[in-house]
Design a protein around this ligand. Sequence first.
Ligand SMILES: C[S@@+](CC[C@H](N)C(=O)[O-])C[C@H]1O[C@@H](n2cnc3c(N)ncnc32)[C@H](O)[C@@H]1O
Length: 165
Amino acid sequence: MASDPMVSINLGNEVDLSKQHDGTPHVFVLHRPSLAGRCSAVTGDFFDAVPEGGDVYILCAVVHDWDDGDAAAVLRRVAQAMSGEARLLIVDNVIPEGSEAHAGKWIDLEMLLMTGGRERTAAEFAALTAAAGLRIERIVPTAVSVSVIEARRFRDGAAEGTARP
Ligand SMILES: C[S@@+](CC[C@H](N)C(=O)[O-])C[C@H]1O[C@@H](n2cnc3c(N)ncnc32)[C@H](O)[C@@H]1O
């Protein structure tokens, strides 16, 4: 029925609510009971603004969707929302510089064809985050192909200025 709300259960990988539920009058998102009172669903465009006041910001499988210009624009919005103590965790493939096999190299081709995005090396992530006023503190590999890139805002005024164009 057109006026019924949509109930989304278990948001998973690659879920784009805006495409799934265009025209749906209302969307409920079902969370585990343990999240009651501790979880808010917020709508918005990360090119416009990101909620402020978080301790940790997570961009999982997001940065690789975008070319360098758009990826830096998203990161700048996140940097603007972050306090000096907040951390950003980027979960993406970090491509090795050499010719060794890495699952992310195939995904790099997929991103090029599907979104115009790309996978990046550690040096490319360093340049991208620096352009957004963020510095990488460490890169933690995981049991799968993606790594967790931990970044904070630059503390010096000159670099911070690049985060607030
Ligand atoms: C590849 S999915 C990753 C989803 C999730 N983080 C995961 O790991 O499964 C990219 C997500 O970015 C969201 N997205 C794309 N453009 C956006 C925008 N301008 N503002 C906010 N979210 C956006 C899409 O809706 C999608 O959920």
